[in-house]
Design a protein around this ligand. Structure first.
Ligand code: PMP
Length: 357
């Protein structure tokens, strides 16, 4: 008989919470993958802010410190659907920069509260003005107050950090091992662009699969994005419709993503519906104990589609960008009630003591 599992620590002490960003585990799927195909997920909820965007937040701030674009104590401002804001908030808290976030009112309440908990100010913008509205508000505030605008959708600091960390981690973790497909969606496009730079060079056999919401299939439409100053969008993309996959596909094609489109960094582009993503996020939680958000579920939905058709022995890696805890107030939790259901009430009544009224 063997005893309980043991652990031995990380063998180092961390100087700052910021040193814990990245190095997320690649984890095998054991119960949901079809027979003969191996599916892995890269679990970005292991980051300190529980999302992939901690990587970019840290690099935007440190790159600006390196170039002098950000001065000590200067206020940082950014438009974000949440995870970048949470990442920036923890980086700014640690480094002592005030942070103002602009966010459309449509994104989940958890996100606002988390950013405020981490010391940021959150300025809401009208739902009808979509992503471009919150972006333009951030620009206005930066220009009026002389604040540092993080520009996650345009800055080279975004894809660069995914090339230097996310992509590098994948190549190292799969060293000497088979990898046939890498699956991801896009918000800014930082993940796909950065990871693809590395895979195209060092693992050219890996097929890169990009996904986008079926009802906001901006890239699939073939309509190019109109751009204004500093490559920012000049207007909302005509193919955009509101979709439930928070963090994916804003109402424009980001400049950071444009490199992946122009450079043909993906081999397939497969749309996915919000309900399908939610279904697979629930399956991951309930059959694997892996708790990710709607974008993770959507990425995994595509991974499972590929797995169904892939040659036996294929190996697939799917990105899981954030934690499911960020979605308590969203359709991800529809049907997950706070009150007892019939089965739970029957269990309660099945023994004599401690009964609720
Ligand atoms: N999923 C979620 C939940 C996100 O917040 C983001 C980032 N906006 C993404 C996916 C996409 O990542 P990227 O910006 O690197 O394309």
């Amino acid at each position: 008989m063997t005893g309980p599992r043991t652990t031995s620590g990380r063998g180092r002490l961390f100087d700052s919470i910021l040193d814990t960003v990245g190095e997320t585990p690649v984890v095998r799927i054991n119960n949901l993958a079809p027979k003969g195909v191996t599916v892995y997920v890269k679990a970005e909820f292991f980051n300190p802010g529980a999302s992939v965007k901690d990587r970019l937040a840290l690099n935007i701030i440190e790159e600006a410190e390196r170039t002098g674009a950000l001065k000590p104590g200067q206020t940082v401002v950014e438009a974000t659907s949440g995870n970048t804001g949470i990442g920036l908030a923890l980086v700014c808290a640690q480094k002592g920069y005030p942070l103002v976030v602009t966010m459309a009112e449509s994104f989940s309440v958890e996100r606002r509260k988390l950013m405020r908990m981490l010391g940021a100010k959150v300025v809401l913008t009208p739902r009808a003005e979509k992503g471009t509205g919150m972006y333009n508000k951030a620009v206005e505030l930066a220009e009026k107050n002389g604040w540092f605008l993080a520009r996650q959708f345009e800055t080279s600091a975004n894809a660069d950090i995914h090339e230097a960390t996310t992509g590098r981690e994948i190549v190292n973790d799969f060293k000497g091992k088979k990898l046939d497909y890498f699956v991801t969606g896009y918000g800014t496009g930082g993940t796909v662009t950065g990871v693809a730079r590395v895979l195209r060079k060092e693992r050219p056999e890996v097929k890169i699969v990009l996904s986008e919401p079926a009802n906001a299939a901006l890239i699939s439409s073939g309509t190019p994005q109109t751009r204004g100053r500093m490559h920012a969008p000049a207007a909302s993309h005509p193919s955009f419709q509101p979709h439930p996959i928070q963090g994916w596909t804003p109402d424009f094609i980001p400049w950071v993503l444009q490199e992946a489109i122009d450079g043909k960094y993906y081999d397939e582009l497969i749309p996915v519906s919000g309900p399908e993503g939610i279904k697979w996020a629930k399956a991951l939680a309930q059959k694997e104990g892996i708790f990710t958000g709607i974008s993770g579920g959507s990425t995994f939905a595509i991974a499972m589609q590929i797995a169904e058709k892939a040659a036996p022995g294929s190996v697939i890696l799917a990105m899981l960008p954030d934690t499911g805890e960020r979605y308590l107030s969203t359709p991800l939790f529809d049907g997950i009630e706070a009150e007892m259901d019939e089965e739970e009430i029957a269990l309660m009544r099945s023994t004599p003591g401690y009964q609720m009224g």
